[in-house]
Design a protein around this ligand. Structure first.
Ligand code: NAD
Length: 487
């Protein structure tokens, strides 16, 4: 029987554009550092789209990552236009890599307006839920809608991961940034879960910032941050902003961590303009490979490679064109790679050292039900209708149709603002999609699906319905938000 290899099996996706060049550079440095890795080269991206695979990822690539549980990936070109999914998003979703980790640390020799301020924090972004679940509809040709999905389970996983990263890196504080002041159910749930989870990490301080203020703080005083945790879209935007503070996307590494597999990649794209010209800077992917090695528990090798990168940047003798400013002659990717290899074993002169431990991935039940209500009470139903009928006409017409059903029309709203009855005289600029909110007449009334089906038929005689949402109270708490102007 063949002995099991003691090497780490890693799926390697060279990717598009400059991908193969930066991937080759990283492979060369890791080989020179004698990291025990067996690469399994697989493909995704433009070449795969061209073969007619709509997801942009070959089945053998999926199979390989499922087996190795770890991938290092070059940038993938995303086709522009309708109908095609992004291969990057396919991979993230396929392996439920729920945690996107972006370290943001000032690099030696990379001059920015923030140089010398000691920026050193980690952005932890939820990576699969929120608006990026990608559930969108056109309710009418002129009214688009996206569903923002935030779950207790998803929020708990990412918040725990943020605290675990803080622990593993000896960090002192985790900041949660949300829009909970406006989005009380989605962003509010995330904030509440963050506060609950923080209790399990008493040695780590925690605070909360409204996400717009957080963006402002990040530009004004980025030194204040240690670990930041956010829902998907907020994290997407603020992690790019954060990258700009240390030199731009070209220097930003990332890890996509999941319970099954994890995928490590640079944040930058395939830079087609410089592809094949020996001009690409492999810094971001090399740094991503350092994150990968720490994830695999190869702490010493990770430190050695990170140090060679820091020394190379600190010396600044051999730099690719994007880094070599101030009249310095730029070098190519290959020369830069040679310099990295030459500097293996050296330590940076002026860079504060951080002790890294392996991050403990949170263990959260995979049960689909993460919260149960003791009591669920139906409160009514919202029916969205595609119509431009004046609510002052539609309201009374619908009220006449309710008849014997145990419901009343509580109000009509347009884009979340109550427009009927318009007792507050709210001025709005309506669109052709209205929400009719029906509430049960008495708290004791039961509302059946048959009642709702009958109501839909009756409402449909006035205006076509496009979307229905039941209204509940869970354990006495309303499970729906009020309209602007609703009592
Ligand atoms: P890009 O990151 O490829 O390029 C932006 C600019 O940065 C260009 O001037 C480019 O030359 C430069 N640049 C980027 N990486 C560099 C590197 N390593 N060394 C030197 N210069 C570098 O962004 P883009 O032009 O918006 O996108 C190009 C393609 O990449 C698109 O198809 C896009 O969808 C895709 N993309 C993929 C990923 C990914 O796979 N994770 C991320 C972003 C964009």
């Amino acid at each position: 029987m063949a002995a099991k290899s003691s090497k780490h099996q890693i799926t390697l996706i060279p990717g598009d554009g400059i991908g193969p060049e930066v991937v080759a550079a990283v492979q060369a440095v890791l080989a020179a550092a004698e990291v025990p890795i067996e690469w399994e080269e697989r493909h995704a991206g433009a070449s795969v789209f061209k073969k007619g695979v709509a997801s942009g990822v070959l089945p053998e690539t999926i199979e390989s990552i499922r087996r190795t549980k770890c991938a290092l990936k070059g940038p993938l070109e995303t086709p522009v236009g309708f109908g095609e999914k992004s291969a990057n998003v396919t991979l993230r979703k396929y392996f439920e890599t729920y945690g996107n980790i972006r370290p943001v640390r000032e690099l030696p020799g990379i001059r920015t307006p923030y140089s010398g301020r000691g920026i050193d924090f980690v952005v932890v972004r939820e990576n699969v839920e929120d608006l990026y679940a990608g559930i969108e509809y056109l309710q009418t040709p002129g009214v688009a809608q996206a569903l923002k999905i935030v779950t207790r389970k998803g929020s708990e996983k990412i918040c725990r991961l943020a605290f675990e990263i803080a622990r593993a890196e000896g960090r002192k504080k985790v900041t949660c940034a949300t829009k909970a002041n406006i989005l009380k159910f989605t962003e509010g749930l995330f904030k509440r879960v963050f506060e609950e989870v923080s209790k399990d990490y008493p040695e780590i301080a925690h605070d909360h910032q409204i996400v717009d203020n957080c963006a402002h703080q990040m530009v004004m005083r980025p030194e204040q941050f240690d670990v930041l945790v956010m829902t998907n879209m907020n994290g997407d935007i603020l992690s790019d902003l954060a990258s700009a503070l240390i030199g731009g996307l070209g220097f930003a590494p990332s890890a996509n961590l999941g319970d099954g597999a994890s995928i490590f990649e640079a944040v930058h794209g395939s830079a087609p303009q410089i592809a094949g010209k020996d001009m690409a800077n492999p810094t971001a992917l090399l740094h991503s490979s350092v994150l990968m090695l720490r994830h695999l528990g190869e702490m010493k090798k990770a430190d050695a490679i990170e140090n060679s990168l820091l020394v190379t940047l600190e010396d600044g003798n051999i730099l690719t064109a994007d880094m070599a400013g101030g009249g310095r002659e730029p070098s190519g990717t290959k020369a830069f790679t040679k310099e990295l290899i030459k500097n293996l074993g050296a330590a940076p002169k002026s860079y504060p050292r951080r002790e890294y431990k392996k991050v403990r991935m949170p263990e959260i039940s995979h049960d689909a039900v993460s919260v149960k209500a003791k009591e669920t009470r139906p409160m009514g139903v919202d029916i969205f209708v595609a119509t431009a009928i004046d609510p002052g006409v539609l309201g009374p017409a619908v009220e006449k149709l309710i008849g014997d059903l145990p419901l009343r029309l509580a109000q009509i709203s347009n884009r979340g603002t109550k427009v009927y009855p318009n007792d507050l005289g709210i001025e709005s600029d309506p669109v052709d999609c209205a929400r009719l909110r029906f509430k049960v007449n008495n708290h004791g009334d039961t509302l059946t699906d048959k009642d709702i089906a009958e109501l839909l038929l009756r409402v449909g005689t006035q205006a076509p319905w496009v979307h229905v949402e039941k209204l509940f109270k869970y354990d006495g708490q309303a499970a729906f938000t009020k309209d602007q102007g609703e009592d």
